[in-house]
Design a binder for this molecule. Sequence first.
Ligand code: GUN
Length: 300
Amino acid sequence: MGAQIIDGKAFAAKVRGQVAAHVARLKADHGITPGLAVVLIGEDPASQVYVRSKGKMTVEVGMASFEHKLDLDTSETDLLALIGQLNADLKVHGILVQLPLPKHLDEDLVINSIDPAKDVDGFHISNVGLLGTGQKSMVPCTPLGCLMMLREHHGSLSGMDAVVIGRSNIVGKPMAQLLLGDSCTVTIAHSRTKNLPDVVRRADIVVAAVGRAEMVPGDWIKPGATVIDVGINRIDAPEKGDGKTQLVGDVHFDSCAEVAGAITPVPGGVGPMTIACLLANTVTACCRSHGVDEPEGLTA
Ligand code: GUN
């Protein structure tokens, strides 16, 4: 294996440390405690795990955590009423509604009912528009985490060829905007892209965010390129025993690590950075709402 492993777990711990230090200063200097409200509808096991770990880390960095668990059949009216209350609550600086929502709820309507200043996911159309026009906004956590790791590894990204595989609103599109903001030449590839291997082979930076287990093999990677793997896919692992599963990314780690200059592992790469950036966004939102200095290096 030739590639340097980008340790997202260690970097996320460092970011959480910076967040904790800023939270402590906010308390000491201004008597303010940042608060994050997380809304979970239904009992999807994976979402429950995420929400629990978000709550735990929120408290660990000294912030207040408010969890709202609603029944699967919660009406849109009741959900919008809760979001209205959280928008008005001065103790709440960040609001996250865990996605995906049950089918009977209109995701766009729900997301756009969140106060954009408290939209720590950066999914509100106002924040999407601000990011797209290079203005100060709340930035989606996963792409922000990827950007931080790329900046940490490379310093400047200016002039690099970046290929983002995947065009989702949560990762692909905002990732492309952030890379463009850092002066990369950006291509967004997707399921209809012609000759995907050749497109990926041009890239100095590959960000894979498609949700298909190990779909990017090593022979698509330009020697020395940096590979950021956003995928989290659970696959069968019969060699570990009957019924056992294993987490893998969207890139085939072993073959890509042979050729890449640097690569993020799964688990322990992008995943921990996403939660760290959620905490960073909450502190940023809190500082902006109170008109006090926001932490440096924790936003785009
Ligand atoms: N579900 C999976 N990822 C995310 C995320 O980043 N934010 C929200 N709100 N829900 C998610």
